[in-house]
Structures are given as structure tokens and as C-alpha cells.
Design a protein around this ligand. Structure first.
Ligand code: COS
Length: 387
């Protein structure tokens, strides 16, 4: 029994139960096998759509569930506690492309895309990074040149979660190459669909963890994008991406808390069963202290996450809060999965138990949607932001 954040509302309890049942029924039976085979099963998109989990933050007018951020994150934690690969698909879709279209898209774009995205008929992805532009995202070089009613995009986007199966990709590209516009200004956000001429799915990454979530490069080879697919102001795409990444980072924090919790749950069960020196190993303080530290960090991470989520829903500036939640939760995931492998000993190092998968899956939470170092930069900059 771990201390939980607060009394859940009736709606939160209901969504948590729904997510828990869904994860046990539709995700748990296949998670280890899909990880082992490094295989994505597209059927999960339809199933997530049917329960409303791909429109969790969209208003009801767009067939979304219209949930508060906290409630969405509670569901995400439940999915991540069973399978982090499924959780990242859900997190990216709910936090980035759908939210970017909702916040910055035209009425026509919202009407065209949001309902099918909420239903899981169209899967979303987010393409900001490039081979030479990771932490320094504003250094991206994919070019967008206006040609009549279209924009012609040329370049390579990398690390695109779900990119090989996505139907709607929000891709950032440089729309203004004049010297004075270099950097964060002069970047547009484009709605890219795989049917556009010049769109190619490139290299599929062979990853340490999240092996059943496809991560790919996308190559835009003179890809012709209709002007109707530009999101908002064609020079403000980077700012839109940064604003949206605040929420994206909360999703990754929830994913990290889910992974950490799975590691704790597996460890408490194992420590009660595993006997050494004529006693269950949970009787030894060496193990108890690990479990206590894991449990404490998970509770602290969850508290930080939900404080940030509540502040976001109140309309506060949550740049720093989101970075703090993501930083702490991802380091908690790494700490807890490392402890779990240690508690399991040799059995933690092989695939007979799920903790080695949790350990591999945890690492990327310290890397994607902004590394821990970038989160620290954002947190530190905000300390001086209002001077
Ligand atoms: N909310 C709102 N606006 C934001 C913002 C946020 N969280 N972060 C940045 N902006 C705005 C800034 O206000 C600025 O606009 P103005 O010129 O109007 O002030 C603009 O975006 C550029 O921001 P900034 O000057 O801070 O850009 P930098 O090039 O210094 O980059 C970091 C800032 C390093 C924080 C950014 O590049 C970053 O987050 N990097 C990591 C990228 C990442 O997370 N990639 C993962 C992709 S998913 S795998």
C-alpha cells in the first residue's frame, strides 16, 4: 500500500478503473512479447480510440472526453504501469498533435481532423527534432519554401514516435531563412499526412527500450504541403511547439511514474516471496530501505506532477512546473527500476520477470521531450525570468 496523492474525484476514480481494466485486458497479455519481437501492433490504436483514450483532453464537441489534465494523467500512469510503449503513443497523441491543432489550428483544420483523431481513426505524431537539432531544437534546418498555394518541405525529421503509422504529423520547418530570422522565429508548424508527394518513412530506430513503439526518421523530399495545412502563423511554429511541450512533458512524467510504480509493485511482491537465509527478503532492512526510498520518490513525483497539472488547468504559467515534474519523475523511474533489478538480483537481469523491461523503458524518459539537462536549463532560466 503506497500513500496516494489525494482523494480522487468520482470521475478520476472511474477513469482510473477504466484505464486499469483496459491495460489488464488489452495491453498486459501482449506487452512482453511485442517488446521481445520489437513489434508494434496497430490494433491498439483502434482499441484506445474506442474507449476514448485518444481524445482525453479534447472537448466533447470534438468527440473527446473533455477531461482535466490530472484525470488524463491518472489514466496514462495506469497504462504506463503495464506498458510504457503504449503509454508513449497515448501521451504524444493526446498532448502534442491534438492539442496543437486545438490551440493553434483553424476552424477548418479542427473540423477536419480532431473528431477522427479522438476516435482513433487518425493517429497523431510530432516531428521537431532532426539529426543535427536535438536539444538545440531551434537549429532545425528542414526548409519550407512557399510555392503558389503550397509549401515545399525538404529535410529530415528524427526520433518521431509512432511516425511510421501516424496519419497526422505536426512537423516544424524553417519558413524564413533570412539571417535575422534564424533561430526560434521563422519556423512554421505544418500538418503533414503520409499521402503527400515527397513524404517517406526513413530509418526505424533499433532502441534499448520502448521496443514496441516505432520510432522513425521522416524524409521530406520536396514534399508539397497545401497552405491550408499550415498551423496558425507560419513563423510561430517553434513557439507553438514549445508551448505544447509543456503539456507533453507532463505526459512523459506520468509515464515515468507509471514505470516506477510497476517496478515497485513487482519488487514488493517478489521480496515477499523470495526467501534467502531462511526468511523472505522483505524482512531484511537492506531491501526494506530500497522499497521505502522507491515508494517515497514515487509519491513525491506524483505530487509534483499533479500540482503542475492543476496549475495548468487554472491557466497558470507552468513552464517551470512541467520541467520540474518531468525531471523528477524521469529520475525517479530510473532510480526505481535500477533498485528493482537489484532486488531481483540475477532474476532481474533476465527476461523471466518484467523488471528488466521496466529498466530499459525508464531510460528514455530522461532523454525525450527534453533531456534532464534541458529541464534543468528551463527550471534555472525561470528563476530569473521576472527580474
Ligand atoms: N512556453 C511558451 N513559450 C516558450 C516556451 C514555453 N515553454 N519555451 C520557449 N518559448 C518561446 C520563448 O518565449 C521564445 O519566444 P519569444 O522570442 O517570443 O520570447 C521562443 O519560444 C524561443 O524560446 P527560447 O529563446 O527559450 O529558445 P532556445 O533556442 O533558447 O531554446 C530550449 C530553449 C533549449 C529550452 C528548447 O530548445 C528546448 O526545449 N529544447 C529541447 C527540445 C525538446 O524538448 N525536444 C524534444 C522533442 S520530442 S522527442
Amino acid at each position: 500500500m503506497t500513500w496516494t496523492l489525494h482523494d480522487l474525484t468520482e470521475e478520476q476514480r472511474e477513469i482510473q478503473g477504466l484505464a486499469r481494466d483496459f491495460a489488464q485486458r488489452e495491453v498486459a497479455p501482449y506487452a512482453a512479447e511485442l517488446d521481445h519481437e520489437s513489434r508494434f501492433d496497430p490494433a491498439i490504436v483502434k482499441k484506445l480510440g474506442e474507449v476514448g483514450f485518444l481524445g482525453m483532453l479534447l472537448p466533447e464537441e470534438y468527440e473527446g472526453l473533455g477531461l482535466e489534465t490530472s484525470t488524463y494523467l491518472i489514466a496514462l500512469e495506469e497504462i504506463a504501469a503495464v506498458d510504457a510503449s503504449t503509454a508513449v503513443l497515448m501521451s504524444v497523441h493526446n498532448s502534442l498533435p491534438t492539442q496543437m491543432i486545438l490551440r493553434f489550428g483553424s476552424t477548418e483544420q479542427k473540423d477536419r481532423l480532431l473528431r477522427p483523431m479522438a476516435r482513433g481513426e487518425l493517429l497523431g505524431a510530432f516531428a521537431l527534432s532532426e539529426p543535427e537539432a536535438g536539444s538545440d531544437a531551434a537549429a532545425l534546418t528542414t526548409q519550407a519554401v512557399r510555392d503558389g498555394d503550397d509549401w515545399i518541405l525538404t529535410g529530415t525529421k528524427s526520433w518521431v514516435t509512432s511516425g511510421s503509422h501516424a496519419d497526422v504529423i505536426i512537423a516544424m520547418a524553417r519558413t524564413d531563412t533570412r539571417e535575422e530570422r534564424k533561430g526560434a522565429r521563422g519556423i512554421g508548424a505544418f500538418i503533414v499526412t503520409p499521402d503527400l508527394p515527397g513524404f517517406h518513412v526513413g530509418k526505424k530506430e533499433d532502441k534499448l527500450g520502448l521496443r514496441s513503439s516505432p520510432t522513425v526518421q521522416l524524409n521530406f523530399d520536396g514534399m508539397r504541403v497545401p497552405a491550408a495545412n499550415v498551423l496558425g502563423d507560419p513563423h510561430l511554429g517553434f513557439v507553438y511547439a514549445m508551448k505544447s511541450l509543456d503539456a507533453g512533458r507532463l505526459g512523459i512524467a506520468a509515464q515515468a511514474i507509471g514505470i516506477a510504480r510497476a517496478a515497485l509493485d513487482a519488487s514488493t511482491s517478489y521480496a515477499a516471496e523470495r526467501r534467502q537465509f531462511d526468511a523472505p527478503i522483505r524482512d531484511f532492512q537492506a531491501i526494506q530501505f530500497k522499497l521505502a526510498d522507491m515508494s517515497t520518490r514515487i509519491s513525491a513525483g506524483r505530487a509534483l506532477l499533479h500540482l503542475a497539472a492543476q496549475a495548468k488547468d487554472r491557466g497558470a504559467n507552468v513552464k517551470q512546473a512541467c520541467s520540474m515534474a518531468k525531471l523528477f519523475a524521469s529520475e525517479t523511474a530510473m532510480f526505481c527500476t535500477n533498485q528493482a533489478v537489484q532486488i531481483f538480483g540475477g532474476y532481474g537481469y533476465v527476461k523471466d520477470y518484467p523488471v528488466e523491461r521496466y529498466f530499459r523503458d525508464a531510460k528514455v524518459t530522461e532523454i525525450y521531450e527534453g533531456t534532464s539537462e534541458i529541464q534543468r536549463i528551463v527550471i534555472a532560466r525561470e528563476l530569473y525570468a521576472h527580474d
